[in-house]
Design a protein around this ligand. Structure first.
Ligand SMILES: *[C@@H]1O[C@H](CO)[C@@H](O)[C@H](O)[C@H]1NC(C)=O
Length: 190
């Protein structure tokens, strides 16, 4: 009778081990094989953000299992100070907004293309490949645009240059890991 109990115990114990192993193996395979780690570098055309991009390539991005997204969001700030009637003002402001938006988007596109060039040069030197996606847009609230983008695209790591309010806002509120790359300050002693 005692031996019988022991056998049941062993079978039960073995099954638990098996289930445990299966639970362990299945999600791990999924992460490694199916999902590349998604890195987002947000560019604003400044020296800091170019530095952040190169720093990320050199130090952070997994070239074997990474997907790199570049995003540039042109800033829209609508000014309204026309000395015309309300109707004329609305028409003029509408035109002005359209032009501003086009300009902001064009600038954002140029910034992203410049980032692509930096990456292409880097990869050529390293003889490496990395899947790349480019995004640009304009917004009156670039920081929140970036935060929404992170959620929609399921970004794993956001990389930014250290500059101003947008970096601070993203660092505080992003739903993923945030890395702010900062260039070492030159020594003041000459
Ligand atoms: C730009 O942003 C707006 C507002 O979020 C969005 O509706 C639009 O699809 C975006 N355009 C591109 C090219 O992503």
């Amino acid at each position: 009778m005692k031996q019988f109990d022991m056998r049941i115990f062993l079978v039960w114990f073995f099954q638990l081990q098996l289930m445990d192993n299966m639970n362990f193996v299945v999600p791990k395979l999924k992460i490694v094989d199916m999902e590349k780690k998604k890195y987002l570098v947000a560019l604003d055309g400044s020296e800091n953000s170019d530095y952040a991009l190169l720093w990320a390539l050199e130090n952070l991005v997994d070239l074997n299992n990474g997907l790199l997204l570049l995003l540039s969001v042109g800033v829209l700030s609508w000014g309204t100070s026309f000395e015309y009637s309300a109707v004329t003002r609305n028409i003029l402001n509408g035109e002005k907004k359209k032009i501003q938006k086009q300009q902001a988007e064009q600038k954002a596109e140029d910034i992203v293309n410049n980032g692509k060039k930096l990456i292409t040069d880097f990869l050529a030197i390293k003889k490496a490949e990395l899947p790349l996606e480019l995004y640009f847009n304009s917004s009156t609230d670039p920081a929140n645009y970036i935060l929404d983008f992170i959620r929609e695209q399921r970004i794993d790591v956001l990389v930014l240059g250290s500059r101003g309010k947008i970096s601070q806002h993203c660092l505080q509120f992003a739903s993923c890991t945030v890395v702010i790359a900062r260039k070492k300050k030159e020594s003041h002693i000459k």
